[in-house]
Ligand binder design. Sequence first.
Ligand code: AMP
Length: 280
Amino acid sequence: MEVYTDILSLKHTLTGLKTRKTIGLVPTMGALHRGHLSLVELSNSTCDITVVSIFVNPTQFNNKDDYKHYPRTVEKDIEMLQRAGCHIVFTPTEQEIYPEKDTKVFDFGDLDKVMEGKFRPGHFNGVAQIVSRLFDIVQPDKSFFGQKDFQQTAIIKNMVRQLNLTTEIVIAPIIREQDGLAMSSRNTLLTDIQRKNAADISRALFRLKQQAASGVSVNEITQVAIRQINANPELSVEYLEIVDGKTLQPVLNWNHQGEIFACVAVNVGKIRLIDNVQLK
Ligand code: AMP
């Protein structure tokens, strides 16, 4: 496995490989867990070369404290990637990625007006800035993202269409802890008590899914799930929405055509966690 910190050497290596090999890209912010490694496995099983980027991207953080405290464990990450059979790791500095301020502004229409986009202004513009740069540098045949960041997958697919890129976007299922909590780098920031209580988030989503199958109205199950999560004093729901899988707009009833997802953001003390489940 090779580790690169500068764009030129990485590009040089990739240009040599590209004539004979397919390239898979897994963009991450590090503090890796099994969720990330599942993307590496998927890339390894469908591409010749897997490139994992580790970069805590400042432009997607709307909260300075969140950026400052975001877990950074690069050495351990590199060991994990080596064991996972990754071929190339790219760990650039901020200066390398943004020698000048990135002023690119994307228009995602209604996609970023809801949920994460609504509560984290500028977040998806920052995501699009970094992912478009990584696509430009690596020129991957396939790029791997987790369903965990459901809205992000819709944004990235939209960006690929807008920019006429050829990379294939592959979405991988959410990997969960044994008690159901969606794996997240931010989970390491939870206290033991918060960590235990955080499992109530996925519990509420799984219950919601059962109730949806039994026909309870969209509005009622939304309210019930919010109440269930908020009943835990460690947890506070920021939003819980039942939305169309493509447009991300709220779904009003179960006759809705197309895929339906329940998405939630919850504050566990100062740590903000997200999760989602497909209902239809
Ligand atoms: P992050 O490092 O949090 O930016 O995540 C990097 C990639 O890993 C994103 O595509 C995430 O959606 C994905 N990811 C994060 N957590 C999980 C998980 N629990 N299961 C599957 N994919 C995940």
